[in-house]
Design a protein around this ligand. Sequence first.
Ligand code: PMP
Length: 362
Amino acid sequence: NNHSVFNFCAGPAALPKPVMQQAQAEFLDWRGLGVSVMEVSHRSSEYQELANKAESDFRELLKISDDYAVLFMHGGATHQFSNLPMCLLSDGQEAEYIVNGVWSSKAAVEATRYGQVNRIDALFKQGSSFSLIDSSDWQRSQSPIYTHYTQNETIEGLRFPQAVKSNGAVVADMSSSILSEVLNIDDYDFIYAGAQKNVGPAGMTIVIVKRQLVEQMDFTRIPRVFNYQLQIEQGSMLNTPPTYTWYLAALVFEWVIANGGVEAMEHSAIEKSQLLYECIDMDDFYTNPVEIQYRSRMNIPFILADSKLNETFLSKAKKAGLIGLKGHRSVGGMRASLYNSMPVDGVKALVDFMLHFKQQNG
Ligand code: PMP
């Protein structure tokens, strides 16, 4: 029974039910055209209208000024952390990478092809728990071209509570946290976020880039489709964009606006994550490895004291309609992702299940 399932998958992740229902209702007949939105030209006036509305809704949600361009790019966050150093970094120049987990580490490796990388290992592991090394103890670069960090590490479940400062440009991967907390966009020069968590299905990544930063980039050896300046000039339509993903993203933005905007999403994320952390922290049947001030609101890993119970936990959870809880292979145990689309009732159902499971197996 689909209606009682709560999906805790880290990504591709659950989308808001009303969005899915609207997409279903207009699947075969979009705007009375008699065809699906995925069957129309991206150059049609109807689609152009959708694309423009999506951008203006997104700008409104995050209060993005005209000093920044917003791009809807093909591909994943991986494309962006590969593309950016290719355009911005060259031999003899240095970029700083704050490494606080799997994704920031992968991003750092990509940049080493183009210039010097000052890799700052900021993850501090102590036994089975981890934390961040205080930024005053980082070996910072004097004048990096940019500093890259991952605002929310999806696998470790670790979130930077503040924006990182830099002597260069600030670049942030917000794939697993975009639209879940209020941002001061002026703190950043380049933000990218893969769609498949808080925005829509996979296949598209949103880029927020300060126009000044684009002026610093060198595109002479860059293919046209990866050229940020050209993509800005062409409204992200230098070639055919991922039109259906963009359409679903547009519906998600409308849903976020209708539900109180990013402030309301942040409020709800705090409430939902607290409910789950309280349950985990009750005793040592369940544990979350992350120091409290760095805990993610979106991705919450937890391990069972007795890992032999993992399979039973997962199969019983599935029977109870709670799916997508298997932890990442590098951390083990479980992980519950609580993106914007997760209703508080889903978290309550998970907590009830966990308490019951503990009672039976503790
Ligand atoms: N960064 C973060 C924070 C992620 O969570 C992910 C995907 N889980 C990626 C980058 C890579 O995204 P993609 O698979 O879309 O390239």
